[in-house]
Write a protein that binds this ligand. Sequence first.
Ligand code: SF4
Length: 172
Amino acid sequence: MVLPKLINVAGTEQDSITNGPGLRYVLFVQGCPHHCVGCHNPQTHRFGAGVNRTVEDIYREIRSNPLQTGVTFSGGEPFCQAGPLAELARMLKRDGYDIIVYTGFRFEYLADSPDPGIHDLLELADVIVDGKFVLERRDILLKFRGSDNQRILDVKRSLAEHAPVPVAEEDW
Ligand code: SF4
């Protein structure tokens, strides 16, 4: 018997306009190793303290709202649950959703990881917003990120060019 893949979830948000372009479903995962000072979601830090949900259950919830065209994985740290999130992302990509992943890790670290789940999730993401939140570099005027060290990266181009490639401003 194949056990269903579980994601430990801190919360969800429907019809978000603050976690990427368009109308998006946001999945906040539970557990984060980064502990950035000034983190806006400190309740998501403790691993295992969320609600376990199956990939299929979350997928059905996303599909039940026909207005949303994109899905954002945030946290917490999505790449700490990369395997099941990659499975969910694969299902969503087949249906035409674009995928954004917020991560405290840097692209260079993720691209070099030998972990197959991390590799899969990175390949399935259209965009990542990478790097820790740095309180001293906080800028409330920034769109879709908290501090100016964080980068909004085009993942396909970054992987192809083996270097971080920012998303064009006009696309966001
Ligand atoms: S990576 Fe994100 S969730 Fe984790 S501590 Fe930093 S700001 Fe908070």
